[in-house]
Ligand binder design. Structure first.
Ligand code: SF4
Ligand code: SF4
Length: 91
């Protein structure tokens, strides 16, 4: 995950121009990254004259992890049901 240190950003737009996915935009004079579009190619970080773009480790709370596990468990249960139905229809 990438983060822009807005205190360093000049709003020059170099990162926006170089981004191949349109993930980074300068809004109100500061760069902002849409993480869902970002492929972490780091082109923006390399071109930034202020080294304002840095790769960071995402931090998740225990609650976030628990929610994700619950979602996965639900999806697995649905998949198991589907597989059972398919297996029964083949007998
Ligand atoms: S290249 Fe760096 S200084 Fe320029 S807009 Fe992007 S983050 Fe800001
Ligand atoms: S890392 Fe690559 S894809 Fe992500 S914002 Fe920067 S230039 Fe765009």
């Amino acid at each position: 995950m990438l983060r822009v240190d807005v205190s360093l950003c000049l709003g020059c737009g170099a990162c926006e121009r170089v981004c191949p996915t349109g993930a980074i935009k300068v809004i109100m004079g500061k760069a902002s990254i849409n993480t869902s579009l970002c492929r972490e190619c780091l082109l923006c970080a390399k071109i930034c004259p202020r080294s304002a773009i840095k790769k960071i480790k995402p931090s998740y709370s225990l609650k976030d992890i628990h929610t994700q596990i619950q979602k996965i468990e639900k999806e697995l249960a649905l998949l198991r049901k589907k597989l059972n139905r398919i297996a029964k229809s083949k007998i």
